[in-house]
Design a protein around this ligand. Structure first.
Ligand SMILES: [Zn+2]
Length: 197
């Protein structure tokens, strides 16, 4: 009967709209932390769709205080059981040091030590000189990916049974890989192929 189909669609729409009120988790019980880079299509990279995950993107895909806040909420209160971190090759976060950027801000007339890092929470202050670290520039995408997983795993605000993994998105191949594993390096030379004789 048509009314059954309509009623089912209405029920689905209600469940979608009232997910948080009804305590319905996202489809995959998943929290994703990824870089904001325009070459990283998070949903496509992970094979997920609208409704599947809580997705947090920032410069670098790095564990900052607000990532902890969001991960804490979704894993403790919204039914999330898995976290995936996605960093990527040729990340802008590898193009300078924090000190270089801090000096560049000073040259623009901005004093990073006197600026509120969170205007809505002025109590949150950085000790003098910490601003360059706060920017979190890095020098190795594989290392930084493993580090983000470790930071999340060791965070007391995230339940110990949450599965946490990290991957590197290669902008050059538009594919995911495990941190530290580069297939391209294994196929281009006889030495890498373990040639005999
Ligand atoms: Zn990036």
């Amino acid at each position: 009967m048509l009314y059954q189909q309509i009623d089912m669609e209405l029920a689905e729409r209600e469940a979608w709209a009232l997910r948080r009120q009804k305590g319905i988790p996202n489809n995959r019980r998943l929290f994703v932390l990824a870089c904001m880079d325009e070459r990283l299509p998070v949903e496509e990279a992970l094979g997920i769709r609208l409704g599947d995950a809580h997705v947090y993107r920032n410069a670098g895909g790095l564990v900052t205080d607000d990532v902890i806040r969001s991960a804490m909420l979704t894993t403790n209160f919204f039914g999330t059981k898995e976290i995936i971190v996605v960093n990527h090759t040729e990340c802008g976060m590898m193009t300078a040091t924090g000190e270089f950027l801090t000096n560049a801000l000073r040259e623009k007339g901005i004093d990073p030590d006197s600026v509120a890092i969170d205007p809505a929470l002025p109590e949150l202050k950085l000790p003098p000189g910490v601003f360059p670290k706060w920017i979190r520039m890095f020098s190795d995408v594989d290392e930084i990916c493993l580090k983000q997983v470790e930071l999340l795993r060791n965070c007391p605000l995230i339940p110990a049974d949450v599965q946490i993994h990290g991957y590197v998105w290669e902008v050059e191949s538009m594919r995911l890989r495990r941190p530290g594993v580069r297939l391209a390096e294994k196929v281009n030379t006889a030495k890498a192929m373990g040639a005999k004789g």
